[in-house]
Structure formats: C-alpha cells, structure tokens
Design a protein around this ligand. Structure first.
Ligand SMILES: Cc1cc2nc3c(=O)[nH]c(=O)nc-3n(C[C@H](O)[C@H](O)[C@H](O)COP(=O)(O)OP(=O)(O)OC[C@H]3O[C@@H](n4cnc5c(N)ncnc54)[C@H](O)[C@@H]3O)c2cc1C
Length: 491
C-alpha cells in the first residue's frame, strides 16, 4: 500500500488524511501541537468553554460528506443545528437589525429597517446567487492551476457572463451601486472580512459570500465548533489514520525532484507528502530556499485578529449568537487595518456567545463571550502593551451601543494576539486566511494545491487554493485527493 504523510492537523490536514485513506493509502499525520484542529481549537476557563478561533459554520454538508465516504451516518457522530438568525447588527446611530436566516423574512425586515425597496434587495441577493452558481465549481471545487479544468462548457459560460461577476469593481462599489443605503451597504461590505480582506479593495465577485450564509444557512455544532475537528479526528483514527501529536516536522526529505518523506527527530519515508502548513512557513522553514515561489510569498497577507475571551457574570438578552457593533468610519478602519500597524480606536466589534444555544458552555445565569476585532497582521508590535487600549475601546463600544459597562461583569479573561496566532499555528504574521483577496487576481495568485518543482508534494489548508475558512479548507483537501487520484490512475 502506498504511504502518505500529512504535515499539520488543521481542518484541511484532517480532511486530506481522511480522503487519502479513502482512496486506499496508508496515512500518518504529524502535528506540532498537542491537539488536532489547528486554529479550530477550544479551551476551558473557570467553568466557561470557549472556541478559540472560528465561530461561524457554513456548508455543514462538507463535513457530513466525510462521514458518508466511509459509510457512516453523519448524525450519529456529528450533530449541529441551523440558526434562525444569522447576525444581530448595531450602529452608533441607534439602529439595530437582526438578520433573519430566512431570505424572504430578511428582505421584508431589511426593507422596513433601511427604507430600501424589497425588490432592490431581492435583485441584489439573486445577483449574488448567480455569481456563486457560475463560479463555485470552477473557483472553489477544482484546481485553478490545471488547464484542462478550464476546458468545459461551465467555464465557458462563466467567462461569457464575466460582466456579471463584478470583477472590475470593489465589493463596496458593487454593494453601494446595488443597495444605495449606507448601513445596508456596510452590512454587506462586512463579508469581505470572511477572507480577511478589505471591501474597498476586494472585487465585487465576493458578494457571493453572503449567498453562502444567507441562502445556505449558518449552523452551530452541538458541542461547539471544536466538535468539527474532534469528530473528524475520531473518524480518521477509526479508519486507521495514525496521528503523531506534539511532533514538529523539521524538514521535507527530497530525492532528486521528488518529495520522499519528512524529518522530525528521525526520518519518515512516504510516497506522497501533503502539507497543511501556512505556505509561507512551509517554504521558509521546511524546504531549501531554491524551492520558494517568490510570487506566492510576496502576496499581501490577510488581516489578523485580536480576540478576548470573557466569562460574563450576567445574561445580555439584546445579544444573540453572532453580533456586530459597527465602527462609524468603516473606510478608515480598513485603511488602518492594511496600512497601519495598530488597531483603530473605534473598531467594529464582533461578539460570539455560544452559551445562548449550548447551556453547558457557561455557568447558569452567565455567558461566554468571544470578542474579536480585526487587527493588522503581526509586524513586530508589542501586543501586550497595546492590549489595555484595545480593551478600553471595545468596552467603550459596548457601552455606547448597549449601555452596559462590561468592565463590571468580566469575571474571567484571556486574550489571543496576532503574534500568538503566528506562534501557535505557524500562520505567517498571524493572518487568519493566508493571503488577502484584495486584488482581482488574488484567486490566481494563491499557491496551487501541488508543487510545480517537487513531485509527490501537495498542499491543503487556508493559505492555498481555494482559500481560508473551514469550507474552503475542506474543498482544498478534496482537490488534493482528486489530484493524487488522477495521478495514480494515470501511473
Ligand atoms: C480568530 C479566528 C477566527 C476565525 N473565524 C472563522 C470563522 O468564523 N469561520 C471560518 O470558517 N473560519 C474562520 N477562521 C479561519 C479558519 O480558522 C482557518 O481558515 C482554518 O481553520 C485553517 O485551517 P488549516 O487547515 O489551514 O490549518 P491550521 O488551522 O492553520 O492548522 C495548521 C496546523 O499545522 C500545524 N503545524 C505548523 N507547523 C508545523 C510543523 N512544522 N510540524 C507539524 N505541524 C505543524 C499547526 O500546529 C496547526 O495545527 C478564523 C481563524 C481565526 C484565527
């Protein structure tokens, strides 16, 4: 049986291990941390449970599919619920809007709240759906770096309809042109942050992201987000994948023009090596410099985050599972995010509270708050010195939107800085999603899922095609296994 080694047990690495096992390979995973999941991890503090990284779960079918591959009934191993409201939004002028998951309800209530006709909102949502339908297959589900993937009727149709994709203008201009009303535009501009980009620079095709959330729904695993990593790890172990935790890979073994294994404290040989590492860390730490593809490594990184985890000694009924408190000057916020090294004083604040749905995540009468602001990537800032000011600004934001002084209610606290994200997940500069999508060429400049210089070396995870976020990492694993399958079939 051929052998595959996967470096890194982030969500992309676990999914790749499963898919390679499914095609009959003997699979071993080497992970530097003492747990699987990478950025998708959790911790407990004083009776509160927190998901450390991702909080929004879309396209659960991609996780189910991995159980189904092995003939398992997904619901017996991994349970989740659909959430009836996608997010609660707050503006400084006192506007509050709860975005319903049901699109008709969303249109009706948004029309009432923002004074925009329901037909205008409906047209906008349908245009987003068209973009998704035209391009998802080409841009998300297959390698963009194999010419034969472009030679089909679907791609031709997408190319002929490219004028509908808003590639030549920014997401903000696309939204402003379609929706006109500034608060509604800001609500839809926010989706640029789902891949760590700026709405003023990322192309309008990104308006397909709200389609995923608004039309296909948002979900919450019963045991919190970490359930995704944990249940897939158990499935992989059951199928014979061997995980080596707390085992850092030092280098990739090369023979001629082929990757032939990895080195930890000793050498491990394999026919195929799949890296789930951030591509920047991989090329700078595990491979000789001559293999580094300059074009991929100089791409602007996506934004990072500064996260507080707060145990709160009260309930706050105004908030739901996902909440956004918008900054007053959104354009300035993104200008600072990408061109300054310190977070802005009036940041947009995201608050996620899983205890609203999972009672065991906080003691009775209390809540577990995950409070995140977008932060510039790590460029040497002293985040511990910046922390008090960041916290003060967040508390001020909550005070002005909800009239609650949170300083009186925080009974447990931890925080996660861009530097810690870099150190703990090997994500260069602490970026959440690899490189940014701040240019219309970004999709083509992302690193491919295979090495052009070393046979047998493949890549999955958030820093390679098709991009960051759990669903895209799961897609990357499928693309890798499809590439390996097609190669094996030809051989
Ligand atoms: C704060 C935050 C919030 C986010 N919010 C969301 C969200 O709401 N929804 C969403 O979909 N996505 C979100 N994301 C992004 C999402 O978490 C990532 O895109 C995704 O989890 C990345 O998975 P990955 O497969 O690339 O691996 P990673 O999670 O990056 O894991 C890589 C793994 O490789 C290991 N590793 C590194 N170096 C070595 C080595 N030398 N040897 C062995 N192992 C090594 C690391 O320890 C790590 O476990 C968020 C991320 C963060 C940080």
């Amino acid at each position: 049986m051929s052998k595959a080694i996967v470096i890194g047990a982030g969500i992309g690495g676990i999914a790749a291990a499963l898919r390679l096992r499914h095609v009959g390979l003997d699979v071993e995973v080497f992970e530097a941390a003492d747990h699987t999941g990478g950025k998708l991890s959790q911790f407990e503090m004083d009776g509160f449970r927190f998901d450390r990284g991702p909080s929004l779960f879309t396209l659960p079918g991609l996780v189910d599919e991995l159980f189904s591959l092995f003939g398992e009934t997904p619901a017996q191993h991994f349970r989740y619920r659909q959430i009836e409201e996608s997010c609660r939004y707050f503006w400084e002028d006192g506007t509050r809007f709860t975005a319903a998951a049901d699109s008709e309800q969303f249109i009706r209530e948004a029309s009432e709240c923002f004074g925009v006709s329901d037909s205008r909102i409906d047209r906008y949502l349908k245009a987003n759906q068209r973009k998704y339908d035209l391009t998802a297959d080409l841009f998300l589900e297959r390698s963009l770096h194999r010419w034969r993937n472009f030679m089909n009727a679907k791609t031709l149709r997408a190319l002929l309809s490219s004028w509908r994709l808003d590639i030549h203008r920014s997401l903000h201009d696309t939204n402003a042109n379609a929706l006109k009303e500034p608060r509604l535009v800001q609500l839809f501009d926010r989706y640029a942050t789902y891949n760590g980009s700026s709405p003023y620079r990322t192309p309008g095709i990104m308006s397909m992201i709200p389609h995923l959330e608004m039309m296909l729904g948002t979900y919450l695993p019963d045991g919190g987000m970490y359930d995704i990593a944990e249940s897939l790890t158990s499935l992989a172990q059951k199928q014979g994948v061997r995980f080596h935790l707390s085992t850092k890979v030092e280098s990739i073994l090369i023979s001629g023009r082929k990757a032939v294994g990895i080195r930890t404290t000793k050498d491990h040989h394999a026919d195929i090596v799949v890296s789930n590492l951030d591509i920047h860390s991989l090329y700078t730490q595990l491979l000789p410099q001559k293999y580094a593809p300059r074009k991929s490594l100089v791409q602007e990184r996506s934004s990072s985050a500064f996260v507080f985890y707060w145990g709160i000694n009260r309930l706050v009924p105004e908030l739901g599972l996902h909440n956004i408190l918008f900054s007053e000057d959104y354009k300035q916020e993104f200008q600072d995010l990408f061109y300054s090294s310190e977070p802005i004083d009036d940041p947009t604040v995201y608050i996620n509270i899983t205890s609203k749905h999972v009672a065991s995540d906080a003691p009775c009468g209390m809540e577990n708050w995950f409070v995140m602001i977008n932060a510039p990537r790590h460029q040497g800032q002293d985040w511990h010195t910046l922390m008090p000011n960041i916290k003060k600004n967040i508390i001020q934001k909550i005070q002005s939107n909800l009239s609650i002084n949170m300083a009186d209610h925080i009974i447990a606290e931890k925080y996660w800085t861009p530097l810690q994200i870099q150190e703990q997940t090997a994500s260069h500069q602490g970026s959440l999603y690899g490189s940014s999508s701040n240019s219309r060429f970004s999709a083509f400049l992302r690193h491919p899922n295979f090495s052009k210089k070393l046979e047998g070396l493949y890549f999955c995870g958030g820093s390679v095609h098709p991009g960051g976020g759990i669903p895209l990492c799961l897609h990357s694993a499928k693309i890798v296994s499809d590439l390996i399958k097609s190669k094996t079939c030809k051989a």
